[in-house]
Design a protein around this ligand. Structure first.
Ligand SMILES: [Fe+2]
Length: 245
């Protein structure tokens, strides 16, 4: 379908409309390090809609040491935000899942078969520590898959241990772990190395999902730098799963 667009038509707005669904963001208010208030949440949702998104999936952190969120807490917040958004003059679909931090608590949840929040076809978004590979990474992925979840690795381009071990990322991709890149990595918002790895995954067409990972308005301001025609074209050409959820 993307062959139908001429290169001049790859505007940021067209790109975000084509991506359709943002599946990684922190706009549910006051339950993690994202939006602090309902007003801030509504502002972020309005901005994402103005950018071109038509469906938003909030993914608050679940991290035993810092953010002890549960499916109940998250879904209750979603109801609150949906009620407030209903009074805004915009049409947008809102859902919620979670971004699970792979710690020992999460491993125990997987071992116990506890119900976890997912989006789409049982896609399970997870993140890890930035510096060191969790010793139970493979075991956790095995447990996710054996319970019928489809693991989605949040922003792999940002992990130091993956910059140093290309084989591990290759192995995870080959095992069917979906890779989710933060769009802001491609404009250099994070580290130089994150940009480099994101560009490499883009060239290899190994990106399953893209997300804003939006915590605050500054993340959306940074996203306005996605303007380079070649970048817009390469992103639009990806067979992204965002469009199917
Ligand atoms: Fe996140």
């Amino acid at each position: 379908m993307f062959g139908l667009f001429k290169s001049s038509q790859f505007t940021p707005s067209k790109l975000f409309q084509t991506i359709h669904t943002d599946m990684h963001a922190h706009w549910l208010p006051s339950i993690d390090d994202g939006a602090k208030t309902l007003e801030e949440a509504l502002q972020l949702i309005t901005s994402l809609h103005q950018m071109g998104y038509r469906k938003l999936i909030a993914t608050p952190h679940i991290m035993q040491d810092y953010y002890k969120n549960t499916p109940e807490i998250i879904l209750e917040k979603l109801t609150l935000v949906k009620e407030a958004v209903a009074s805004l003059p915009i049409s947008i679909t809102l859902e919620a899942a979670a971004e699970y931090y792979l710690d020992e608590w999460m491993l125990r949840q997987l071992q116990a078969g506890s119900p976890l929040l997912t989006f789409g076809e049982r896609y399970l978004l997870f993140e890890t520590a930035f510096l060191n590979r969790p010793p139970f990474l493979e075991e956790a992925i095995f447990l996710m898959k054996s319970q019928g979840y489809q693991p989605v690795f949040a922003h792999p381009e940002r992990y130091v241990y993956l910059w140093e071990d290309a084989t591990l990322l290759e192995q995870l991709y080959t095992q069917g772990v979906h890779l989710q890149i933060n769009l802001n990595s491609l404009v250099g918002y994070y580290d130089k190395e994150a940009k480099k790895l994101a560009e490499q995954l883009l060239t290899q067409q190994r990106i399953g999902f893209v997300g804003t990972d939006c915590h605050h308005e500054r993340h959306l301001v940074a996203l306005q730098k996605i303007k380079k025609p070649s970048l817009l074209k390469n992103l639009a050409a990806l067979p992204l799963l965002n469009k199917q959820i």
